[in-house]
Design a protein around this ligand. Structure first.
Ligand SMILES: *[C@@H]1O[C@H](CO)[C@@H](O)[C@H](O)[C@H]1NC(C)=O
Ligand SMILES: *[C@@H]1O[C@H](CO)[C@@H](O)[C@H](O)[C@H]1NC(C)=O
Ligand SMILES: *[C@@H]1O[C@H](CO)[C@@H](O)[C@H](O)[C@H]1NC(C)=O
Ligand SMILES: *[C@@H]1O[C@H](CO)[C@@H](O)[C@H](O)[C@H]1NC(C)=O
Ligand SMILES: *[C@@H]1O[C@H](CO)[C@@H](O)[C@H](O)[C@H]1NC(C)=O
Ligand SMILES: *[C@@H]1O[C@H](CO)[C@@H](O)[C@H](O)[C@H]1NC(C)=O
Ligand SMILES: *[C@@H]1O[C@H](CO)[C@@H](O)[C@H](O)[C@H]1NC(C)=O
Ligand SMILES: [Zn+2]
Length: 324
């Protein structure tokens, strides 16, 4: 709490950050450069009409039978994580794009995986995701950034192409749980945060330690929302096919808390913690969110995992009783 207050006060004292991929100074927590100012700070393209993130209103989601399973390559390999970096605005895990890729799921081709990074709030009890579902904001959000293979693994070349399907980002919600050390993968991942306290700090010690799938445990990857949008940081290029998975990843609250208490926007000697590093939701402007054909309505209601598992089991049971 004290750390949070310190961070907040320091943020008020004109903290701003640069980020690679953008020519302008932008930030999350200073009124002079927070996300409400990005449309003026970075008019190309943060003032556009197909921006991300969005609030997904489940009652308006349209069915699309083309949204089939993904073919996820390298998600079970422990050699895909090449380094973990403090970017000053997030924690970024760089991926080996020769091992990891995404196709299927109605994506127009093969996309190679470049990195994943995270968005969080101010601890597990406060919201920090970018997308919201019927107004519900989760504790954190994980983004796996993939670039179309025709761009040869270069995100900057892809963004320069003004191609609305240049990138395919996979978004996963993260929800806190009181079960201590719920996920081993997240314990290992977050244990590297103390090695990258300062902006630009990087360590390759994360190599051969964890797999992508160990961080995505419990998520049914056949259930997702799809829409056309943008990067959620300046320059907000409208170049992203978004996939937002419906089921959240469950991570122990104590591990979620590590993000907002361990890594700094600059250095530990200018101690401003990275927190609330999410952009607020943007207008849909007529865009349509689609999803698989499935049963009605209440799927987005925040069910506990045990409830959803047992109701799923019950449905299966009923189904097999009726049909077998
Ligand atoms: C962002 O800054 C504006 C002033 O430019 C302020 O009104 C707003 O509350 C701030 N929002 C956040 C989320 O910090
Ligand atoms: C965004 O700003 C740019 C540069 O000022 C301008 O050319 C463009 O028309 C603006 N777009 C919208 C949607 O307002
Ligand atoms: C599904 O894919 C087919 C073939 O590409 C296309 O004609 C159709 O419009 C798609 N359906 C939707 C709902 O996008
Ligand atoms: C793509 O990469 C290959 C191998 O590294 C290289 O030979 C080729 O020139 C690159 N193409 C483009 C368009 O950058
Ligand atoms: C949970 O993780 C913390 C930090 O890694 C460790 O100190 C603690 O012993 C773990 N607790 C259990 C029950 O495994
Ligand atoms: C990585 O995966 C390989 C093959 O599955 C396994 O033999 C090896 O023990 C793993 N390494 C670590 C550090 O877990
Ligand atoms: C981080 O790296 C960037 C680009 O390499 C550099 O401009 C910046 O000064 C560095 N920041 C810190 C805090 O070292
Ligand atoms: Zn992101």
């Amino acid at each position: 709490m004290i750390a949070f207050l310190l961070a907040f006060l320091a943020a008020l004292l004109c903290e701003s950050v640069h980020s690679e991929g953008s020519s302008v100074a932008w930030c999350y927590n200073d009124p002079a450069c927070n996300f409400t100012t990005w449309p003026e700070l970075a008019p190309h393209h943060c003032n556009g009409s197909s921006q991300s993130p969005i609030n997904i209103v489940t009652a308006q989601v349209q069915e699309n039978p083309n949204l089939t399973q993904f073919k996820l390559t390298g998600f079970d390999a422990n050699t895909t994580f090449t380094s973990i970096t403090n970017s000053g605005v997030s924690v970024v895990v760089n991926l080996d794009d020769k091992i990891m890729s995404v196709q299927g799921g109605d994506l127009p081709g093969l996309y190679v995986s470049k990195n994943f990074h995270l968005h969080w709030g101010s601890g597990s009890s406060l919201p920090g995701s970018e997308h919201t579902v019927n107004g519900k904001q989760y504790a954190m959000e994980l983004h796996i950034v993939n670039v179309h293979s025709k761009y040869n693994g270069s995100v900057s070349v892809a963004l320069a192409a003004h191609d609305s399907s240049a990138l395919a980002v996979l978004g996963f919600f993260i929800e806190g749980t009181d079960e201590a050390n719920k996920t081993k993968g997240w314990d290992v991942l977050t244990s590297f945060l103390t090695k990258i306290p300062n902006k630009n700090d990087t360590t390759v010690d994360i190599m051969n330690q964890i797999t992508m799938n160990s961080l995505l445990e419990g998520v049914d990857k056949t259930k997702y929302y799809r829409y056309q949008g943008s990067l959620t940081t300046p320059d907000c290029n409208e170049a992203v096919i978004w996939t937002v998975f419906k089921e959240p990843i469950k991570v122990s609250n104590n591990l979620i808390n590590r993000f907002s208490t361990t890594v700094f926007t600059k250095t530990t000697s200018a101690p401003v913690l990275i927190f609330n590093n999410f952009r607020g939701v943007q207008p849909l402007n007529g865009r349509v969110v689609t999803s698989q054909v499935e049963q009605t309505g209440s799927s987005a209601a925040p069910l506990s995992p045990t409830t959803s598992i047992s109701s799923f089991t019950l449905l299966l049971l009923l189904f097999s009783l009726c049909c077998l």
